[in-house]
Design a protein around this ligand. Structure first.
Ligand code: DGL
Length: 294
């Protein structure tokens, strides 16, 4: 039985409370893959999204730093009245959710446990591959989650940092993308995995390339799909889903480059987005003055 990444409150919420939004956090546009699934699977829910674009990318950072970012953002989302928070970033989820759960009094759901459970269910030969950022793969978070369900499964991790840059630059089908994919995925092909977790928010955009390189016998798992299924299950079971009309429009906050976020986000979701920029971090609020020197 898998341990779900949620700190369930005992009582279900009163009708008005059910209309409270669901919060999401990520380092940038990546977590919009989870938003896309939420819009499809839980369209009555209002969403508040926080993209920490000033700190993008989270992947190469120390996980303790990433965890600190996630806690501060979660506090902000809580102030906005959210009824649950999805850590829609693999690296931030890999940094660990225990502290977040201790400090934040709403259910916290990450993207690792649901996809790990799906991988356990999907593998036939007991060999599972994971691709992600350096932080995610080095954390062994997926491996630990899979092993805690079924210790005999063999897990093979492969960091693929360049995939993030290729997707950010919109290079999802270029010659270099295919070359990088062949290079990164070779060890996983040799390991004969039959399930591959796309353990980074950006990687589903490379699905056609990854699928072709890995071959059609390998099942690719997208954490966004699995996470939203888990959110529906967890909040549904606790009587926290909004079956009435959506309370209000979705809100998007970013810490830098709101125009870029809006442009990319609208393209990904195919809907207009209202995006607000917030100078959230202490270093952003500091005014700097460079004195003239002779
Ligand atoms: N959102 C990150 C993840 O899923 C990828 C981008 C980043 O490095 O910040 O790991």
């Amino acid at each position: 039985m898998i341990y779900l990444e949620v700190d369930l409150l005992k009582q279900s919420l009163a009708p008005l409370e059910l209309k409270r939004p669901i919060g999401l956090l990520d380092s940038g546009v990546g977590g919009l893959t989870v938003v896309k699934e939420l819009i499809q699977q839980l369209s009555n829910e209002q969403l508040i999204y926080f993209g920490d674009t000033v700190h993008f990318p989270y992947g190469p950072r120390d996980l303790r730093e990433v965890k600190g970012f996630a806690i501060e953002i979660a506090k902000f989302l809580l102030e906005q009245g959210v009824k649950a928070i999805i850590v829609a970033c693999n690296t931030a989820s890999a940094a660990g959710l225990e502290e977040l759960k201790r400090e934040i009094a709403v259910p916290i759901i990450g993207v690792i446990e649901p996809v790990a459970q799906a991988a356990v269910n999907a593998t036939k030969n007991g060999r599972v591959g994971i691709i992600g950022t350096v932080g995610t793969i080095n954390s062994n978070a997926h491996k630990n989650a899979i092993k805690s369900c079924m210790p005999e499964i063999e897990v093979f991790g492969q960091p693929c940092p360049l995939f993030v840059n290729l997707v950010e630059e919109g290079k999802v089908d270029e010659k270099e993308t295919w070359e990088v994919a062949e290079y990164y995925l070779k060890p996983l092909k040799e390991a004969e995995v039959d399930v591959l977790i796309l353990g980074c928010t950006h990687f589903p955009h490379l699905r056609p390339v990854i699928s072709k390189v890995m071959g059609d016998k390998v099942t690719l798992l997208d954490p966004a799909e699995e996470t939203v299924k888990a959110v529906a299950r967890i909040l549904g079971k606790e009587g926290r889903l909004n079956y009435g009309k959506k309370a209000d429009y979705d809100r998007y906050w970013v810490t830098a480059q709101p125009e870029k976020f809006q442009q990319v986000g609208q393209k990904l979701l195919n809907i207009p987005l209202q995006v607000k920029m917030i100078k959230f971090w202490p270093e952003q609020r500091t005014e700097k003055c460079l004195e003239a020197v002779d």
